[in-house]
Design a binder for this molecule. Structure first.
Ligand code: NAG
Ligand code: NAG
Ligand code: NAG
Ligand code: NAG
Ligand code: NAG
Ligand code: NAG
Ligand code: NAG
Length: 361
């Protein structure tokens, strides 16, 4: 567990409304304590960035118009690198902002110095107030899935390679919610890896929000035997369409309504595999989790479901992106809000290397 304390830079960027209308709306508070922890998501022990001891960090789950307060221990604030003055180490920094009508699912991550390659990320859900209708029935539950390529080298080592003009090479794997692959193949996946299990009930419909929090790999996301009904992306509702799999590029977020309509004769695979690469060479860059029905009769087994077989043909992915249409009604959702994205960035630094207080590492 956490050996050294970590000082952090924290930056929240909300396109426009960060200082408007703070007055009478209710507050919700989050306490973020940052640290390094040791974890072995791919079976190799390494240092990862945790929030409150957890990797990934907690989900910020708020309703529009709430004032969100994030209190950070031993931290200072910074904007986009180089744009504002840091607050010295050992100071707490409390960030306060109001979420407006950017209803949807987002994520936060450390933006500076490549630190998100070591974690520090988490989900961020903005729910509608009751008076703002959404174009689908309230789901029976929200599930956040963070997928991303992952290296067993830490962010400083990776950054050094990039600064030295080198290519990072093939990632060591794909994590799903900070965990390595289910052992779907005893040759490809070593024993003893902790994998993600999503528990669901038959007949229910969940909103499954999927974010690619990785460094550089486009991932194809799919759930065995289940249609992914796309409903929202990046804070905008879409015309609802079923996909059997969807390409999710780095930094993208998609929310799917997924109905648990299967017999539960066994658990189902959740797969995130590398795109636009030779799959047989990139086999290890595949995330595999488990969708577990409460009445499931057995474990998932057999090969993972196949990805679209077109690694040298980008038209599938482009046509897929083109097929997404925004939901036409915008009377209550206010068109200008839809284009807004929330990004929260923060950065972590070793205090001992930061006595000057103005640079990381
Ligand atoms: C988020 O909050 C809403 C409303 O308070 C709740 O219904 C929902 O289950 C929460 N979702 C998560 C992922 O905590
Ligand atoms: C920082 O915040 C924590 C938790 O709110 C509090 O216990 C501590 O006293 C604060 N430290 C300073 C220097 O303000
Ligand atoms: C990253 O890994 C290198 C070894 O490759 C190690 O020397 C360094 O201390 C690590 N840095 C952090 C921040 O964990
Ligand atoms: C496991 O993967 C290896 C390498 O791709 C393959 O040769 C083998 O057939 C797979 N095993 C099973 C049980 O699918
Ligand atoms: C999507 O697929 C589900 C079955 O999984 C079906 O019930 C539903 O009608 C489909 N929706 C659309 C818009 O095609
Ligand atoms: C579910 O079970 C029913 C009856 O046992 C069967 O007819 C149907 O094909 C099964 N569906 C699936 C998707 O396995
Ligand atoms: C993918 O890599 C394998 C192994 O090197 C090779 O045999 C195969 O021809 C490659 N596939 C394509 C489509 O290039």
């Amino acid at each position: 567990m956490a050996s050294h304390s970590v000082v952090s830079l924290f930056f929240i960027y909300i396109s426009l409304f960060s200082s408007l209308c703070l007055a009478d709306d209710p507050f919700v508070s989050y306490e973020f304590v940052l640290s390094y922890i040791t974890a072995s998501p791919l079976g190799v022990s390494q240092q990862v960035i945790a929030i409150n001891g957890h990797f990934p960090g907690p989900i910020i789950n708020v309703t529009t118009n709430k004032n969100v307060v994030v209190n950070r221990r031993s931290s200072w604030q910074d904007g986009v690198l180089g744009t504002n003055c840091p607050i010295p180490p050992k100071w707490n920094w409390t960030y306060q902002f109001q979420v407006k009508d950017q209803i949807g699912s987002f994520f936060y991550l450390p933006s500076l110095n490549f630190q998100w390659a070591s974690g520090g990320y988490g989900g961020f859900i903005i729910n509608n107030r009751d008076i703002i209708p959404i174009p689908f029935a309230t789901p029976d539950g929200d599930i956040t899935i963070l997928i991303g390529d992952w290296y067993t080298r830490n962010h400083s080592a990776l950054r050094r390679e990039l600064n030295g003009g080198k290519n990072l090479g093939m990632p060591d794997g794909v994590l799903i919610n900070g965990k390595g692959p289910y052992r779907y193949n005893t040759t490809l996946v070593p024993d003893g890896i902790d994998y993600e299990t999503i528990d669901v009930h038959p007949g229910k419909t969940y909103c499954i929000c999927v974010h690619n929090v990785g460094v550089s790999t486009s991932l194809n996301f799919r759930i065995q035997n289940h249609n992914l009904l796309l409903a929202e992306t990046e804070g905008s509702y879409t015309v609802q369409q079923n996909y059997t799999s969807l390409d999710i590029h780095v930094g993208q977020s998609y929310s799917f309504l997924v109905t648990m309509d299967q017999n539960a004769s066994s658990d189902c695979y959740i797969v995130a595999s590398a795109r636009f690469v030779n799959e047989s060479l990139w086999q290890r860059v595949t995330g595999a989790g488990i969708l577990h029905y409460s009445n499931s009769k057995g474990k998932a087994s057999g090969p993972l479901l196949d990805p679209p077989n077109d690694q040298y043909d980008k038209t599938f992915s482009m046509n897929q992106a083109r097929s997404i249409r925004y939901f036409p009604s915008s009377s209550l959702l206010l068109v200008e809000y839809r284009r807004m994205k929330i990004a929260i960035y923060f950065c972590f630094c070793h205090p001992r290397k930061n006595h000057e207080g103005n640079f990381c590492f």
